[in-house]
Design a protein around this ligand. Structure first.
Ligand code: ZN
Ligand code: ZN
Length: 176
């Protein structure tokens, strides 16, 4: 679990910078084709204006991925922009006053806080995991493996008939 608390008693009005590290084991993310290398680095600017706190910045991290086509491992660096907005108060009370149940873009990026602490860890975890590709590719035009003989077609033609090379993407995993 990622826990990162902002202590409002220590955040001045206006802008302030903050950097932090998240240990990747705290993400509790287990997948064969994705391994985090080292910590996740965060650089954020906090903007505080009366009851509103904005968190804007970047998360950078390095991963080892497995290409979903050729099955070879490769490394990829990610830099994710983050933007979070927190208003003092309680969401339910606000909904009652706004009347209509329309969801605006503002609602989706706005969170609410009460007390003197804001917990942003889970929101950061979400941004990190959303950045990961569902089907990692070592390069955009990776040719993958021949579905007949298993050769890595990035290294050259295997000589199999063309229609058999690309016919069955499924079941490739067992070939290697
Ligand atoms: Zn590949
Ligand atoms: Zn082949």
């Amino acid at each position: 679990m990622v826990i990162l608390k902002l202590d409002l008693r220590k955040i001045p009005d206006g802008e302030s910078r903050k950097s932090f590290l998240i240990n990747s084991s705290q993400l509790e993310y287990q997948k064969d084709e994705v391994t985090f290398q080292g910590d996740i680095q965060g650089e954020i600017i906090l903007s505080r204006r009366s009851g509103e706190i904005q968190v804007q910045g970047q998360l950078s991290f390095m991963t080892s991925l497995t290409c979903s086509r050729c099955l070879l491992p490769f490394e990829k660096n990610f830099t994710e922009e983050i933007f979070l907005r927190y208003l003092k108060g309680h969401p339910n009370r606000r909904n009652q006053t706004s009347g209509e149940g329309e969801i605006t873009e503002e609602d989706l990026t706005t969170n609410f806080y009460e007390g003197e602490e804001i917990e942003i860890g889970e929101a950061l975890r979400d941004s990190i995991l959303l950045a990961l590709p569902v089907k990692p590719l070592c390069r955009e035009n990776c040719k993958g493996l021949c579905s007949r003989c298993g050769q890595d077609l990035n290294l050259g033609d295997c000589g199999c008939p063309e229609e058999e090379r690309f016919s069955r993407w499924k079941g490739l995993k067992g070939l290697k």
